[in-house]
Design a protein around this ligand. Sequence first.
Ligand SMILES: C[S@@+](CC[C@H](N)C(=O)[O-])C[C@H]1O[C@@H](n2cnc3c(N)ncnc32)[C@H](O)[C@@H]1O
Length: 257
Amino acid sequence: MTPRDTLYDSPDLYDMFSTGVAGDTEYFARLAAKAGRVLELACGTGRTLIPMARAGARVTGVDLAPDMLKACHDKVETAGLQRKVTLFKGDMRRFALKQAFPLIVIPYRAFQHLLDVRDQRACLEHCREHLTRQGRLVVNLFDPNLHLMAANLNSHGNASRRVGEVNTPEGGRITATAHRTACAEEQYFVDDWVFEKFDKQGQSQWRKSRVFSMRYFFRYEMEHLFELCGLRIEKLEGGFKGQPYRHGGEQIWTVRR
Ligand SMILES: C[S@@+](CC[C@H](N)C(=O)[O-])C[C@H]1O[C@@H](n2cnc3c(N)ncnc32)[C@H](O)[C@@H]1O
């Protein structure tokens, strides 16, 4: 297989189209302010990290992608938050930070990039080791929507959808379309996001393809996984306003050791 460009090589495109889940940054900022100190795994370009630092917390951010981390670093500097933020290039499956945290967060489905059980366990076990005695780990996943999955998939497991469109300062636009290939047996999909830039006259300027993969987790699978990794479930919410869990919405897990 030839190596392909991942979405995380392109922080500018990520920022344009990955705008999060309604209410997520406010939710994490509130938790961070209360905890005072927080570790964010897979912090990306700082979409969640910066609001947490702005809310007064000291934030440690870890991410595997150098381009995402560089974009995060630049935003932290622009916001004048250098003294509140420490960034590390690292892998959420194997990190050793020599300190424990009262709060660890994995927002915006980043945990779903861990496709196999060994990696998922490694991540949760490292989280457990980095939690203080009273500390909490909060993980956001999407809940697999069976109706949507069935309706969108043809017999080869493919589906396409328009992600969105963003206007450029020069009067043109950038569009994004996702082409999904799902592997139901392994509970994951590979998304190929095709971005296209058009000028003011509607002429195509460039076209880029960026890929990423995501595992989906059913509710009780997560319960077993947390239990296996020595983490006790405190609550499962279905939205960032404390909504109850419901099928096809969000899974927001709060767990402790
Ligand atoms: C959907 S983004 C989430 C970024 C950020 N948390 C947010 O709320 O916007 C997923 C991030 O996970 C990072 N990532 C993927 N696998 C990782 C791993 N094994 N360890 C650390 N970061 C990883 C990617 O580089 C990317 O920045």
